[in-house]
Design a protein around this ligand. Structure first.
Ligand code: FRU
Length: 483
């Protein structure tokens, strides 16, 4: 087991801020060194949101998994990231894996998976911990010491929720069958300890070989199970990443352990770089943070050579309507807006529009399509391009990153219903791009690594004159980090 010196690591992080590498983002959470992945431990306490995330402070490989921690009151001003939880005993010597957070009597607690591997055999234990004054998590009791019968060592990422005044958690698992099968189990807190109620039944059948990072959410009369299935085949308009992050919405019955009348599986994001989201509830909002990255695709992220990898998404607020989750950027992000430019163009004769973007940009655009059937929005970094193109006849949005030299490339396609107006909210950071379509009906997150250190242009082109293009552009400020 590696030795983790919190003081030394925190000092190195502090010295790394403000971040200097030109591929570092300005308004996305990142680390000056090491590899970050899943958001963890999200909770709110005493005026502050607590955000933890997976972090290997010792290199850019998926090992030495620790938790980093930041606090924020407004998603714009943050405390400097600190090392908070790290492998230290026989239970978590091979990683402090993902888990959730919660607040009790004003104290922040976490619940995470301890990963231990001996002779190739994993023993996953689920353990509580409590955040201390000095920013470290003190490890507490182990609630579940190992995976139960019928489940392999792939048993991780517990997520607590409340029902009928009782505590439960849902956890990602792999059923030990001829053909390993992804699933989730539900545990209930009893006087005797945490009791395994069994698998949550769904209509999905064999749906991948492992489900990671489940979240169980309650939206009024509906429930949603978010999870990350591994092992699904790509299809024409979805499941195009190596692993997915999505949900089913229905009604959870804890009596029959069933997700009743659930919707089909839908992805939360259609971009190239989105995985392992975590959602927490605060004052009626469901706030999501995701990992901008992908497991087992390390070659697609050229910052590895610079000693740092990956980002977290902006905070998004979720709502459920007719079995579909909508995602909107959290309203707090409006505070990032510095300078506003209005766009109001009567495009009757126009098929092309070009706007110079800033070092950080938010664009809010409404395109009234008129006779146009095919519309493209190109982010151009000199000769390099990332293109969003919409085809009205097939109702397909295509994102094409093949015009970039570095990093992951390829194409993603998804169905998007647009009647007369295509609405787009675009956040363009140095390498992180997040696009919200039709007021959050669909989202796409991606990282693009332009070779030249130049600000992109946004070029809109239509195959026939658009009726109008209205909207606003903002130059965005950076996140602020203070001790
Ligand atoms: C998802 C995941 C989790 C695990 C963590 C380890 O990206 O594989 O299942 O807890 O990452 O870093």
């Amino acid at each position: 087991m590696e030795h983790f010196d919190k003081k030394a690591i925190d000092a190195r992080v502090a010295a790394g801020f403000p971040l200097t590498d030109r591929w570092h983002n300005r308004f996305h959470l990142e680390m000056p060194f090491g590899l970050i992945n899943d958001p963890n431990g999200l909770t709110y306490a005493d005026g502050e949101y607590h955000i933890f995330y997976q972090w290997n402070p010792l290199g850019c490989e998926h090992k030495n998994k620790c938790w980093a921690h930041v606090r924020t009151r407004d998603f714009v001003h943050y405390s400097l990231p600190e090392l908070s939880l790290w492998p230290s005993d026989e239970h978590d010597k091979d990683g402090c894996y993902s888990g959730c957070g919660f607040t009790e009597k004003g104290r922040v607690h976490v619940f995470y998976t301890c990963n231990a591997k001996n002779d190739g055999i994993r023993t996953p234990a689920q353990r509580f911990g409590t955040l201390q004054e000095d920013g470290s998590v003190e490890k507490g009791v182990i609630a579940v010491p190992d995976s139960p019968a019928g489940i392999t060592g792939h048993f991780r990422d517990p997520y607590l929720f409340h029902r009928h005044g009782k505590r439960y958690f849902v956890i990602g698992a792999q059923a030990d069958e001829q053909e390993p099968r992804g699933t989730v189990l539900i545990y209930e807190e009893t006087k005797e300890g945490w009791k395994n109620l069994g698998e949550l039944k769904t209509r999905l059948g064999h749906f991948g070989y492992m489900w990671e990072c489940p979240n169980l959410l309650h939206f009024g009369a509906y429930d949603a199970l978010i999870f990350c299935p591994q092992g699904l085949e790509a299809r024409e308009f979805d499941r195009q990443n190596i692993y997915q992050a999505g949900y089913i919405a229905g009604h959870l019955s804890l009596d029959s352990l069933d997700m009743m009348q659930h919707s089909k599986f839908q992805e939360l994001d259609h971009g190239f770089d989105f995985y392992a989201p975590q959602v927490f509830q605060h004052e009626g909002r469901h706030i999501l943070l995701g990992w901008m990255g992908m497991p087992d695709k390390d070659d697609e992220y050229p910052t590895r050579e610079k000693g740092w990898m990956f980002s977290l998404t902006l905070p998004r607020v979720l709502s459920l309507r007719q079995g579909h989750i909508y995602s909107r950027p959290a309203r707090e992000l409006k505070a990032l807006r510095i300078e506003e430019t209005a766009i109001d163009i009567d495009m009757d004769m126009e098929q092309n529009l070009t706007e110079q973007l800033f070092d950080g940009t938010e664009a809010l655009l409404d395109l009234t399509l008129g006779k146009a059937q095919h519309i493209s929005l190109t982010l151009a970094y000199g000769l390099e391009t990332t293109v969003f193109s919409y085809d009205r006849t097939t109702q397909v949005m295509t994102i094409d990153r093949t015009g970039m030299k570095h990093g992951g490339r390829g194409v993603r396609r998804f169905k998007l219903f647009v009647d007369r107006m295509l609405s787009l909210q675009l956040f363009v950071d140095r390498t992180a791009v997040e696009a919200f379509f039709q007021h959050g009906e669909e989202v796409a997150s991606m990282l693009v690594f332009p070779e030249k250190n130049i600000r992109p242009e946004l070029r809109i082109h239509a195959d026939a004159p658009l009726e109008s293009v209205t909207g606003r552009l903002w130059e965005l400020d950076s996140f602020h980090f203070t001790r």
